[in-house]
Design a protein around this ligand. Structure first.
Ligand SMILES: Nc1nc2c(c(=O)[nH]1)N[C@H]1C(S)=C(S)[C@@H](COP(=O)(O)O)O[C@H]1N2
Ligand SMILES: [Mo]
Length: 367
């Protein structure tokens, strides 16, 4: 990438046939995915949840740390972690997925964190609802956005910044929107935002601001980099593009059989097999999951576990019986929610966002 591209704020697109480079490898080695065999767990065990951090994991001293709530409020608040933790607490099972999940297989490839399909995880998040704190601070009646700022700092396409995201007021006021200090019953680990992060159930990962330091009420739409430039669905760089918001439906197969070390191709023994996986959507309830063992020519409905009314933003498990005969197959799974179904052809955009193309898994069944 040249400095000019950098300062034009453009995401680079790989040349035709250009492999993943060392810059992408450096990101992939820092930002790990959830190994897909961990789809077997209802709650992703510690350390297996995916991690995405734009800059560095910041050093935050929890004893001197405070959360400032300000901007267009009548009474700015400054709260210690202990003060936040003495408020009513809620534990909620919520799936997070990076908006860049699926980027690495787009053609041409947007050069960024090269996720295949593993940028997902489901945790039990413990925290306190944000809305009562905003009400205590006394919101301006002109409020449009609430802006969340993290302690991490970096430069992105030439723009130096603290990681910050604006969220529409209605989303900030949802009772499910939490200020979170624990994950799976333990204090938030450093990589997941210690001591405090935001969780906005149903939204893609970029909204889930980690290492929170400030919450600012804004009477104008927030125009910071992560809202105005990044996380927008655009094909040409001069478009404004629609902002990325809620998670689109997706179903993933728990990898069946055993893998080849280098190619990751899967092998199975012939006979009856129960294929299984997880499906989710952040925008509407999942209504069905289809499975095909012949690349999509024929398909059947998976048996989908009922939605847990206590966890509408978690993933749901599914199962599908298959009498596997020797040969080579392409397994495919597709989720449908009340709004629509996963596409079978990728819808390209230049930042590689919200790509919920169906998953295809080649397998070889042996005698
Ligand atoms: N402060 C801060 N918050 C952040 C980020 C970041 O770089 N800095 N990355 C965001 C993105 S893009 C994602 S996908 C999620 C990832 O959350 P996790 O690492 O806990 O899985 O955090 C979000 N919150
Ligand atoms: Mo992300």
């Amino acid at each position: 990438m040249t400095a000019t591209d950098n300062y034009r704020g453009m995401a680079r697109i790989a040349e035709p046939g250009e492999g993943v480079g060392l810059d992408e490898l450096a990101l992939a080695a820092r930002n790990h995915g959830m190994p897909l065999e961990a789809l077997r767990y209802d709650v992703t065990p510690p350390g297996l949840h995916y991690v995405l951090t734009h800059y560095d994991i910041p050093a935050v001293e929890p004893t001197s740390w405070r959360l400032e709530i300000g901007g267009a409020v009548e009474r700015p608040l400054s709260l210690s972690l202990g003060e936040l933790q003495s408020r009513p607490s809620v534990t909620s099972r919520v799936l997070l997925e990076c908006a860049g999940n699926g980027r690495a297989r787009l053609e041409p490839r947007p050069v960024s964190q090269p996720w295949l399909l593993e940028a997902v995880g489901t945790a039990e998040w413990t925290g306190t609802p944000l809305a009562p704190l905003l009400e205590e601070a006394g919101l301006s009646s002109e409020t449009v956005d609430v802006v969340f700022t993290g302690a991490d700092h970096g430069v992105e396409r030439g723009v130096e910044q603290d990681y910050a995201r604006g969220l529409p007021l209605a989303e900030a006021m949802r009772p499910e929107t939490l200020l979170v200090w624990a994950m799976n019953g333990a204090p938030l680990p450093p990589q997941h935002g210690a001591p405090l992060r935001l969780v906005v159930p149903g939204w893609y990962g970029m909204a889930q601001v980690k290492w929170l330091t400030r919450v600012d009420v804004a009477t104008e739409p927030f125009t910071g980099f992560q809202n105005a430039t990044a996380y927008r669905l655009k094909v040409d760089s001069d478009e404004d593009g629609e902002p990325v918001t809620r998670i689109r439906p997706r179903s993933l197969l728990a990898p069946p059989g055993w893998p080849d070390f280098m190619t990751r191709e899967r092998y199975l023994r012939s006979g009856p097999v129960t294929l299984s996986g997880r499906a989710w959507s952040g925008r509407a309830p999942v209504t069905q999951v289809e499975v095909s063992t012949d690349g999509g020519n024929s398909r059947g409905l998976a048996e989908l576990a009922p939605a847990d009314p206590a966890a509408p933003f978690a993933w749901r498990s599914w199962r599908f019986g298959w009498d596997a005969r020797p040969g080579r197959y392409q397994l495919l799974t597709r989720a449908t929610d009340e709004v629509g179904r996963q596409p079978v052809e990728a819808e390209w955009n230049r930042q590689g966002l919200a790509n919920n193309l169906v998953q295809r898994v080649p397998v070889t069944v042996q005698e």
